[in-house]
Design a protein around this ligand. Structure first.
Ligand code: NAD
Ligand code: DAU
Length: 361
């Protein structure tokens, strides 16, 4: 049975990936989820799988070399899928240091421990071992408006925020391991994800949550910054396909071919909420364009991101399956069905219950 070590599996994309993998492989695989449970880690995201015999949760910091070494020593890990990171740009502007700590040093620890566990005496690596580093399109910097340019795997790195600079550094470390040691790895650089379990500090869940409560909808700057949105399950599928069918040492860009201005996203969410809320629901009165508030722009705000997922399509056959209209309906339906999840996250209860539960393990 193949064993996966997933880092950051209690976060947004990591938990969706774990669900995707169990849905696809069921009992054919084993997953060990290593997560520090920062504010972004929520074990409620994994309630459905926590009692499986082939799932283990380990509360650990990826910067803790001994803890990570122990996971490798006690388990014959075949695949690492490395999600764990500080992921929010606004937080990186306020407090960059933790981004360097987790995203750069944490990735160095993960690489080193995997290398130690997988390297043979002759400097080659055990058969079939693979490390996938999950990264972002933000490493490529910012594109101007309306010039039809895209980010390719060959685009130069040009990060602007402390977050993207730390992710770029972590990518460089993975590249260095591949070049120096022929360490068996891949990098994926993905565009903006949305879907179930996304923490409501990010644009889409924040707008859904605020609109349903009649709270302000903050739009940074002129609202015309463009992001390329991808439904999270499509990302999870892409990661699995890269690990199984991708060529070792290659980077693959993953994107939705779905560029939208932030203000367009907000209007789509408001319209979709109106369409999906039943007649007589009091929230129908609250959801309104009047809630839109233009606020001070994010410092160093990248203007436009746009991924060209041509290589992953040509080499592996992956493409974004979920169009935005369908994805946003699925996301809103999930938030309607999981009001308790949102209440626990916004009240902070999710952290207390689960960190107490695992603090002694
Ligand atoms: P998230 O913030 O929702 O989750 C991050 C997870 O990592 C949390 O569970 C957190 O507890 C854990 N974590 C943080 N620091 C840790 C540490 N020191 N040790 C162990 N665990 C730690 O993030 P996300 O949005 O799910 O992003 C996951 C990965 O995907 C990140 O590497 C991010 O850079 C990348 N990415 C995200 C997006 C996106 O749109 N969200 C797009 C492209 C790439
Ligand atoms: O592109 C991939 C990246 O997408 C990931 O690497 C990051 O981890 C992820 O957080 C995301 O970064 P962004 O900065 O693009 O996402 P965010 O949801 O924070 O913001 C999306 C856009 O919306 C951005 O242009 C800023 C704007 N925004 C955001 C918030 C939270 C607003 O206008 N108002 C807001 O309140």
């Amino acid at each position: 049975m193949r064993t996966y070590l997933v880092t950051g599996g209690a976060g947004f994309i990591g938990s969706n990936y774990i669900h995707y993998m169990f849905k696809k492989y069921d009992n054919e695989i084993r997953i060990i989820n290593v997560d520090k449970l920062t504010y972004a880690g929520n074990l409620e995201n994994l309630k459905d799988v926590e009692n499986r015999d082939n799932y283990t949760f380990v509360k650990a910091d990826i910067c803790d070399k001994e803890a990570i070494r122990k996971v490798f020593a006690e388990n014959d890990i075949d695949r690492v899928v490395h999600f764990a990171a500080e992921s929010h740009v606004d937080r990186s502007i306020k407090n960059p240091e933790v981004f360097v700590q987790t995203n750069v040093l944490g990735t160095a620890v993960m690489l080193n421990c995997a290398k130690e566990a997988w390297e043979l005496p002759d400097g080659t690596f055990k058969e079939g071992k693979k490390f996938l580093h999950v990264s972002t399109d933000e490493v490529y910097g910012s594109l101007p408006d309306d010039d039809n340019a895209f980010f390719y795997e060959t685009s130069p790195y040009d990060p602007h925020s402390p977050y993207s600079a730390s992710k770029a550094s972590s990518d460089m470390l993975v590249k260095a391991y591949m070049d120096t040691y022929k360490f068996p790895a891949n990098i994926t650089n993905c565009s903006n994800n949305y879907g179930p379990y996304q923490f409501p500090e990010k644009l889409i869940p924040l707008i859904i949550n605020n609109a349903l409560q009649g709270k302000d909808l903050p739009v940074y700057g002129d609202g015309k910054n463009v992001r390329d949105w991808l439904y999270v399950e499509d990302h999870a599928k892409g990661i699995d396909m890269v690990q199984e069918q991708g060529k070792l040492f290659e980077t693959y860009n993953i994107g939705g071919h779905n560029e939208k201005q932030n203000i367009q996203i907000i209007h789509i969410i408001l319209d979709t909420l109106q369409e999906m809320l039943p007649e007589g629901d009091p929230r129908k009165e609250l959801v309104s364009e009047k809630l839109i508030k233009y606020v001070t722009d994010r410092k160093g705000h990248d203007r436009r991101y746009a991924i060209a997922p041509d290589k992953i399509k040509a080499d592996i056959g992956w493409y974004p399956e979920t169009c935005f209209e369908e994805g946003i309906k699925k996301t809103i339906a999930w938030f309607f069905e999981n009001e308790e999840w949102m209440k626990n996250v916004t009240s902070g209860d999710y952290q207390k219950y689960y960190t107490d539960m695992y603090s002694n393990k």
